[in-house]
Design a protein around this ligand. Structure first.
Ligand code: SF4
Length: 233
């Protein structure tokens, strides 16, 4: 999930757990000019998390002020992205999505697939989902720091495939936590399950002094052959 810039919009009443707001973004929803709402809270503790300040619930921003800002952007933005943290860690997330939808915006979420029932509830209101597939099922506990973290991800993936709307699976990759062989195995499983869009996002090693690793040319060619759309970034 992407870095955010925190905008303190309101020091007053706080309801949902909003940890950040970006009024304009061209990178969080491919092809769409969007605003991004960062929900604070995540039950996992991935060692490579880029937004660790958003793992704790209790964001300081006012949802009312964000809605008011968004109302002034109708016609200027294509949509609104809910990111995090994990957006569905807040039980109010689907209500927020519906409120934004009612303003006339398209809505997307970035999710790691931790809350299958909340995702299913939100799907009819969503126009796009960026879905993190962190590793092979057996690798989840070590990466997320949580037992049985792979099961809800599989349930969410099945819900997305059954939904039939546009979504992208993406894996933040480094051989420190996922070998290239395991990455290719993971990609083959996703392709066989019906995933059509996949992205591999290069990450720095957990040992920061090491350079960014690259998937081999033959590996990238294999990945491209498995999906209708494949991005390597
Ligand atoms: S699921 Fe996302 S927000 Fe939660 S710890 Fe992992 S990388 Fe961070």
């Amino acid at each position: 999930m992407s870095d955010c810039f925190l905008t303190n919009l309101n020091h007053g009443k706080r309801t949902p757990s909003i940890g950040g707001f970006v009024p304009f973004s061209t990178v969080d929803w491919p092809g769409e000019l969007s605003a991004v709402v960062f929900i604070a809270g995540c039950p996992w503790a991935c060692h490579y998390c880029h937004n660790p300040h958003l793992q704790q619930r209790g964001g300081a921003l006012s949802w009312e002020n964000i809605l008011s800002t968004l109302q002034k952007r109708v016609g200027l933005l294509d949509g609104v992205v809910f990111s995090g943290g994990e957006p569905f860690s807040d039980p109010l997330c689907t209500q927020l999505i519906r409120q934004v939808k009612a303003l006339g915006f398209k809505v997307a979420v970035h999710t790691a697939g931790i809350y299958p029932s909340r995702l299913r509830e939100a799907l009819p209101s969503l126009d796009w989902v960026g879905f993190d597939i962190k590793t092979t099922p057996g690798g989840y506990p070590a990466l997320t720091g949580r037992h049985q973290s792979a099961e809800p991800v599989q349930q969410c993936l099945e819900a997305l495939i059954a939904w039939g709307g546009p979504f992208e699976c993406r894996t933040t990759w480094h051989p420190d936590w996922l070998t290239e062989t395991a990455l290719l195995d993971l990609a083959q499983r996703l392709s066989a399950q019906g995933v059509r869009k996949y992205a591999v996002q290069r990450s720095r090693s957990t040992t920061r002094s090491l350079p960014v690793a690259e998937v081999s040319l033959i590996g990238r060619t294999t990945l491209r052959g498995l999906f209708q759309t494949f991005s390597y970034r």
